[in-house]
Design a binder for this molecule. Structure first.
Ligand SMILES: [Cu+2]
Length: 324
């Protein structure tokens, strides 16, 4: 099999073959004055020039991981962690915001997490990635369907949030999504041309460094890293800049439109991606990534999804400008 054509481990809304209701309105109410970001809780990245991308043989050239190129980013702030369920709840409590999964009435849940009861109502799975089931009533509060809840994992990353939802949260918090270049600069933690945020070896000294899949994808996860689904946002060691879980755990939305080619000729000074597109970039891989199928927990790996899509393995991390 051509490994370059392997799909990523997430699923997009249009692949479910469901009839789509009209695009929901996603504006946060006008009366909500955006908060001032708490910069003291963020990591200041000084910016500079770095080697972005990879020509790694283990990579997916068709994703546009290469070529390795010099890219410059300006100074910016980034959150050490992805947004948690607790933080997202605060946003929803204050604004009454309704996510896209709630508007559509369903979201994608990984098959092993669906209860027997909920499984009875599942009619649709994704053809190319049959481990994604369309579950009615799945949303950020109920990531595995109506009979699940996040109350015992408020310090885990929020999931089942679309790119639009992430943008709404960013507006409310006074922050923004990082560009792909900023994300990769920060995720590398100061290391140069390394495969992972901590170095070139996946498990240095046999130690698990991130939350990905162990076992046989997609049916047997032996959880030797301690987790089948999401892990708390501060699980595992942070990278050299103090960022947690840039590899694995959940995919992280970036602000760029995704293109596998645009960056080859695009500007390399604070690049922000193509002017238009169909899907938004995501970085970092997730707890579903496995060497045999989707090793996109590498720091240069890329993926994409449509901005209205949500799954149980996509979340986001916020950034902010240095001056306001
Ligand atoms: Cu993956």
């Amino acid at each position: 099999m051509d490994t370059n054509s392997k799909a990523c481990c997430s699923a997009s809304r249009h692949t479910a073959g469901q009839e789509q209701p009209p695009i929901p309105t996603l504006e946060v109410a006008q009366t909500d004055v955006p908060n001032v970001p708490k910069l003291q809780d963020m990591v200041l990245i000084q910016g500079g020039t770095f080697l972005m991308g990879t020509d790694d043989q283990e990579g997916f050239p068709s994703d546009g991981e290469g070529p390795v190129r010099e890219v410059t980013v300006k100074a910016f702030y980034i959150d050490p962690c992805t947004v948690t369920n607790a933080e997202f709840k605060q946003f929803v409590d204050q604004t009454g915001y309704m996510t896209e999964a709630e508007s559509f009435g369903w979201s994608f849940v990984f098959h092993l997490f669906v209860s027997e009861e909920t499984a009875k109502q599942v009619k649709t799975t994704v053809q190319q990635t049959p481990w994604w089931w369309v579950v009615e009533g799945a949303d950020w509060r109920h990531p595995e369907g109506p009979d699940s809840h996040v109350e015992d994992r408020m310090d885990h990353p929020v999931t089942q949030v679309s790119w639009h939802d992430a943008m709404a949260y960013c507006r409310w918090s006074g922050k923004r999504l990082p560009t792909e270049a900023e994300w990769e600069f920060a995720a590398r933690g100061g290391l140069v041309k390394k495969r992972y945020p901590w170095g070139d070896e996946l498990k240095p000294g046999g130690k698990h460094m991130c939350n990905i899949w162990q076992g046989k994808f997609p049916d047997k996860n032996n959880k030797s890293d301690g987790y089948a689904g999401t892990a708390p946002v501060k699980a595992f060691e942070p990278n050299g800049y103090g960022l947690y879980n840039v590899s694995g755990n959940v995919w992280e939305w970036c602000s760029d439109w995704f293109s596998p080619k645009f960056h080859i000729k695009g500007k390399r000074d604070n690049p922000s991606g193509p002017p238009k597109g169909e899907a938004r970039a995501m970085r970092g891989g997730s707890y579903l990534c496995h060497r045999s199928y989707c090793n996109r927990y590498r720091v240069a790996a890329r993926s994409k999804n449509t901005p209205d899509s949500s799954t149980g393995n996509i979340g986001f991390r916020c950034a902010a400008d240095v001056s306001f």
